[in-house]
Design a protein around this ligand. Structure first.
Ligand SMILES: Cc1ncc(COP(=O)(O)O)c(C=O)c1O
Length: 417
């Protein structure tokens, strides 16, 4: 399915988009007409208005590790406060290269094959602008993260979707094959996947690798949840499959791994032939990301293994997932299996709501718990199954407070709310 539609509110009819009174034309470029307020902002606003426990937006409500915070403070005190090198602080790029070497046995050249960006969001945007243009097509699995479509629209490119189907979010290889064609320039792949919790298996990745090679397509992979996987699931970068390094940009974010989403330190790894065009965009979008936070993330990556940080992170997230899953299952909001990332999807199809948006508004305002309607991740919201997304990157107290409120769901829905 190919679409040029824009998600969100339509800015073209929005008075706020017009300029001061003496400016009569619509000041917003048609390119941004569809970029109105996102459902994330709407749900957070509603959550604030009703004092709801916010399990909507995906960020941890617990502090990040002290050794990383201390490293940022030290960097500021050491006067590392001026512009960083545009493509990233050398120490951070070196730490990323050595982490990949240890994990995947790959030799990465930190000078030419790594670029640090302002979060994964910027890396995704830069990559799409660098690699796709008017008339080009980008293949993405639907549901997909909400920044993909605006990034494609800004590049005047089109998204073609391949559907992930619940409960295990598999895809039909024939549908994937049909999505690729002579206009396809980029495969935009997210694993571990938001919002479904799917982790693409080696076999699935092999299908996609073959399609990329067959159509000479570049893969841009969004792997921000690479360290948050559950049970037997294993995260595998597409770039590590045979023949894929040369045609893959792997995007990541230290924000998820170190619970510092507000620092916005992301990065892209890939051959110089893909990093060079990405850097060409990056230098004119943000030029460089915040220097002290890059230094602190270098320390984070250098010290995490010896501090047992990744094992602790994994153990904590298993606990958080199990705790929220028990709450949701017990509240007549049965959860789907989750292999990675930090979201649970609950089935709401038996509750009598017309749409997931209607349910999430009700849950926020009447029950006092905010969730995200996954239809926000679909080109055509009508194609979304009736589910609600709950974030479990939360403290035990937050999950407990949500539990007390969610306990009212069975009774209130029976009453015909
Ligand atoms: C799948 C996915 N990609 C990218 C991002 C954005 O990452 P960053 O905060 O580093 O820009 C998020 C954040 O929620 C995400 O869920």
């Amino acid at each position: 399915m190919t679409r040029h539609v824009h998600k969100g509110n339509d800015l073209s009819h929005n008075a706020a988009a017009k300029g001061p009174e003496n400016v009569t034309r619509d000041v917003a470029s048609p390119r941004v007409h569809g970029f109105g307020t996102s459902v994330f902002t709407e749900m957070s606003r509603l959550a604030n208005q009703h004092g709801a426990v916010n399990l909507g937006q995906g960020f941890p409500d617990f502090p990040g590790p002290s050794f990383v915070k201390d490293a940022a403070k030290s960097a500021i005190d050491a006067n590392l406060n001026q512009y960083a090198v545009s493509h990233g602080a050398p120490r951070l790029r070196a730490a990323i290269a050595s982490m990949w070497n240890e994990r995947y046995g790959m030799d990465i050249d930190p000078d030419r094959e790594i670029t640090v960006t302002s979060g994964a969001t910027e890396a995704i945007f830069d990559a799409v602008q660098a690699l796709a243009g008017p008339g080009d097509e980008i293949v993405a699995f639907e549901p997909f993260y909400d920044s993909y479509l605006p990034s494609a629209i800004m590049a005047s490119a089109t998204i073609r979707t391949v559907t992930l189907r619940p409960p295990d979010w598999t895809f039909d290889p024939e549908e994937a094959a049909a999505a690729f064609g002579p206009r396809t320039r980029v495969l935009l792949l997210n694993t571990p996947h938001n919002p479904t919790g799917k982790v693409f298996t080696r076999d699935e990745l092999a299908v996609l690798a073959e399609l990329c090679r067959r159509w000479d397509v570049v893969a841009v992979t969004d792997e921000v949840y690479e360290r948050i996987v559950f049970d037997d699931a294993e995260h595998l970068p597409l770039a590590t499959l045979p023949g894929m390094w040369e045609r893959t940009l792997t995007i990541n974010s230290t924000g998820k791994t170190f619970s510092m989403t507000g620092w916005k330190v992301g990065y892209a790894i890939g051959p110089a032939s893909l990093n060079a065009p990405l850097r060409a965009v990056h230098q004119f979008v943000t030029f460089a990301s915040a220097t002290p936070f890059q230094e602190a993330m270098a320390t984070a990556l250098e010290q995490a293994p010896e501090l047992g940080y990744y094992a602790d992170l994994s153990r904590d997230y298993h606990w958080r997932r199990d705790a929220l899953k028990a709450v949701l299952d017990g509240a007549n909001l049965p959860t789907l299996p989750v292999a990675g990332a930090y979201f649970l999807m609950s089935d709401i199809s038996h509750l009598g709501f017309e749409s997931d948006v209607e349910f999430c508004r009700w849950l926020t305002s009447e029950i006092g718990v905010a969730a995200i309607p996954p239809s926000a991740f679909y080109l055509d919201p009508a194609r979304a199954p009736l589910l609600a997304r709950f974030c479990f990157a939360k403290r035990a107290e937050t999950i407990q407070r949500a539990a007390e409120r969610l306990a009212m769901v069975p009774e209130r829905t029976r009453a015909g709310a």
